[in-house]
Design a protein around this ligand. Structure first.
Ligand SMILES: [Zn+2]
Length: 205
């Protein structure tokens, strides 16, 4: 079993290096769901993240709500962040949407672009300023046998904390707990060659 730490809304020139240092010190690797403008502003940070053994995947370009967007708007936004990643030699395979919102149009775009949608099992609520100790409690409760942990290495819309220091402080605590549980801390695996949704295409209503 694995504990998949995931970090949204970066790369951030201040906090992503802090998170990367904490992951390295903990011997953990993770997945980062990034924002297009921040990739374009900090391409070297994305390259450093990949070079450290982590995976970098798209979150959004403009961090808008999919339930207020049509299929063409979602596709255009997704193409923008995917293009930003390809410009730094990252080929996206997975996708976490803003706030995890997934509509029928989101699913169609994911299929069209070839991205596997990713949610989470445990929500650290780090964006609202929870302490690392509180986040560990949430992980133990919501992912007792491993799974996907949602956290943030950047400040997105709605964040009510000044920075990501508590998220960095969480990393060694989560890693120590995970290792004691026999969990490996590693990036989300690559999706199967064919998008999982294709296998069920014939059974869809
Ligand atoms: Zn976000």
């Amino acid at each position: 079993m694995a504990l998949h730490l995931t970090f949204d809304d970066g790369p951030d020139p201040v906090w992503t290096p802090v998170v990367l240092d904490a992951l390295a010190a903990a011997g953990a690797t993770a997945t980062f769901f990034v924002l297009g403008p921040r990739v374009r502003a900090h391409p070297d940070l994305v390259r450093a993240t990949v070079a450290a053994g982590h995976r970098v995947e798209p979150h959004a370009d403009q961090h808008d709500r999919h339930d207020r967007m049509d299929r063409h708007q979602i596709r255009a936004d997704t193409d923008a962040v995917v293009d930003a990643l390809r410009a730094v030699d990252v080929e996206p395979t997975r996708w976490r949407t803003p706030w995890g919102l997934v509509t029928d149009d989101t699913r169609r775009v994911a299929d069209d672009v070839g991205l596997a949608l990713v949610g989470w099992d445990a929500d650290t609520h780090d964006w609202r300023g929870d302490l690392a100790e509180e986040m560990v409690v949430a992980i133990k409760r919501e992912a007792p046998n491993g799974g996907i942990v949602l956290a943030h290495d950047g400040l997105g819309p709605g964040a009510t904390r000044p920075g990501c220091a508590e998220t960095a402080r969480l990393i060694p605590m989560a890693a120590a707990w995970g290792v004691a549980r026999g969990l490996t801390l590693e990036p989300l695996p690559e999706p199967r060659a064919a998008p999982a949704t294709l296998a069920f295409a014939g059974k869809r209503p």
